[in-house]
Design a binder for this molecule. Structure first.
Ligand SMILES: Nc1ncnc2c1ncn2[C@@H]1O[C@H](COP(=O)(O)OP(=O)(O)OP(=O)(O)O)[C@@H](O)[C@H]1O
Ligand SMILES: [Mg+2]
Length: 511
């Protein structure tokens, strides 16, 4: 895109009541102080944007409305061409109200603004037009403006410049995730594994302490099991004796209890005998007291005899039963098994000792197994953590390399200026975006007036080349610079010449 100014008409703009400027490739404005030189480039930014040459909205004090003479209307007309297309833009103030014209047609502010912004970007235009504009922007805007034309090196290009181990790892990972995502994933994993590693270490320690607390028993498990089997058999053998003795002894005791019970019945029976034996046979009637006849007395006697016989039969049966049981008991023998019981106890204790040994042994073995597992876990967490650290380092290296390559690309655009795109964080050494223009190792803000104009001209030329936009440029106070390279596009210079009225000369480039 080529933007050219053709003609500027000022009516009652600041000190200019009526001025026509016809532009050439070079437009030289000269004159003594306060002759209205700077007002000419100012009128252009005011027409396009209603601002000063630094893009700032004008305040009441800086407004171009004439303050020291009467006037009817303030109006600035700018005739320009964008590529081959010619356009006449005009802005004015009438009775305090802003007015706009597009190709002489009165227009609304929004229409006018829209047209201007559709022609070219304000930041780019003002950067090209005024060499002091770009350095006055916020550093982030400056960085964005410069970098928007510098392509970021492709991942492949960056990886090719990195150590193979890091490059191979990232190449693989980048197939699945973006660099930003990888960084998030591995930052999180590192934090998690750091915690997990501490937990795994403490688990191993706890298990090891548990193992140390177990009695140290060296035991041949197979032999011990055989020993237990042997002891079990021995116990069983003795138990057969005690079991059968138990049977016999239970019977023996049972007989004793039965004999005892029979003896009690016999004693009770014997006590009843004297009263039956001594029972008196009555020979008188109990109620009428008359003597009983012989037949009746005999009946009573027979009854007594019959009861005595019954008693004696019963008594004898009890005694016979007892005798039979006593006979049976006499044939039996009570077996004493206390020796065997003691033996079982001893064998049992011995068996228990072997069993305890086997149990502690298997507990130790279990703990040893758990310790091996815990150590494996520990190593796995450490490996995963270290992998993430490696990847994070590789990402850092990638970003640093990418930044370096980008910086080289940007730097290659400049001849005398050096551009810094990043700064290193003091803490973690990470690269943070930054923007600094330097000339001979001095920051832009430290440059002298002529140095800053020269730096500004180099910057605007780079921007012009990068954006492909050729636009006019002005150098105010040009007398303060002894030499500067001619920028591309039209140039307008304002130069103080003592004792001279305002003079505007143009020169065409001879090619
Ligand atoms: N609103 C205004 N109305 C009238 N005159 C103004 C207004 N604003 C500025 N001026 C005057 O216009 C004159 C020209 O100013 P300008 O800045 O264009 O001069 P200059 O030639 O660039 O001077 P210098 O050599 O000092 O840079 C000055 O006298 C200034 O005071
Ligand atoms: Mg001036």
């Amino acid at each position: 895109m080529i933007i050219r100014f053709q003609k500027l008409v000022l009516k009652n703009f600041k000190s200019h009541r009526d001025l026509v400027v016809e532009f050439g490739d070079l437009t030289k404005i000269s004159g003594d102080n306060a002759k209205g030189k700077s007002s000419i480039p100012e009128a252009i930014s005011w027409t396009l944007y209603g601002t000063d040459v630094l893009g700032s909205k004008l305040q009441k004090e800086t407004e171009p409305t004439p303050v020291n003479y009467d006037f009817d209307e303030l109006k600035v007309e700018l005739l320009l061409t964008v590529d081959e297309k010619q356009i006449l833009l005009a802005r004015g103030i009438h009775k305090g109200k802003a007015k706009f014209w597009i190709n002489d047609v009165p227009s609304k502010a929004t229409e006018f603004d829209q047209l201007v912004s559709s022609m070219f970007d304000k930041d780019i235009f003002l950067s090209l037009y005024n060499p002091s504009y770009f350095p006055s922007l916020h550093w982030e805007t400056q960085r964005k403006l410069i970098l928007q034309y510098v392509t970021v090196p492709a991942n492949k290009e960056v990886l090719a410049q990195m150590p193979a181990t890091q490059a191979d790892k990232l190449t693989d990972l980048l197939k699945k995730n973006s660099l930003t995502d990888l960084e998030k994933i591995h930052r999180e994993n590192k934090t998690n594994q750091d915690k997990a590693y501490i937990a795994a270490q403490s688990r191993t320690k706890t298990l090891q302490e548990q193992l140390q607390r177990l009695p140290d028993v060296q035991v041949d498990v197979i032999a011990a099991k055989a020993e237990i089997e042997k002891l079990y058999k021995q116990i069983r053998e003795v138990e057969i004796i005690t079991d059968s003795a138990g049977e016999t002894n239970r019977k023996y005791n049972g007989l004793q209890v039965k004999i005892q019970s029979l003896q009690e019945q016999i004693t009770a029976s014997a006590q009843k005998w004297p009263s039956l034996r001594d029972e008196v046979i009555e020979d008188t009637c109990r109620t009428c007291k008359r003597p009983l006849d012989e037949e009746s007395v005999d009946a009573v006697k027979a009854d007594k005899e019959q009861r005595k016989g019954q008693y004696q039969a019963n008594h004898k049966a009890l005694v016979d039963q007892r005798k039979a049981l006593e006979l049976e008991l006499a044939k039996m023998e009570y077996i004493d098994v206390s020796e065997q019981v003691e033996k079982i106890r001893e064998l049992g204790q011995l068996k228990q000792k072997f069993e305890d040994a086997i149990r502690s042994h298997s507990q130790s073995q279990q703990l040893e197994q758990q310790i091996i597992q815990a150590k494996t876990d520990e190593e796995a967490t450490l490996a995963s953590r270290n992998e993430s650290v490696f990847i994070l380092d590789a990402i850092k290296a990638f970003l640093a390399k990418e930044a370096e390559m980008q910086a080289t690309k940007v730097q290659e655009l400049f001849t005398t200026l050096s551009i810094r795109l990043f700064k290193q964080n003091k803490g973690d050494g990470e690269l943070k975006p930054d923007f600094e223009i330097e000339m001979d190792g001095k920051a832009y803000r430290k440059l002298s007036l002529s140095e800053s104009i020269r730096a500004g001209l180099e910057l605007r030329d780079v921007l012009s080349q990068q954006s492909g936009i050729v636009a006019p440029c002005f150098v105010d106070n040009a007398e303060s610079i002894t030499r500067f390279t001619q920028p591309n596009g039209q140039l307008m210079t304002c130069r103080v010449v003592a004792g001279q009225e305002l003079k505007i000369e143009t020169e065409e480039e001879t090619r």
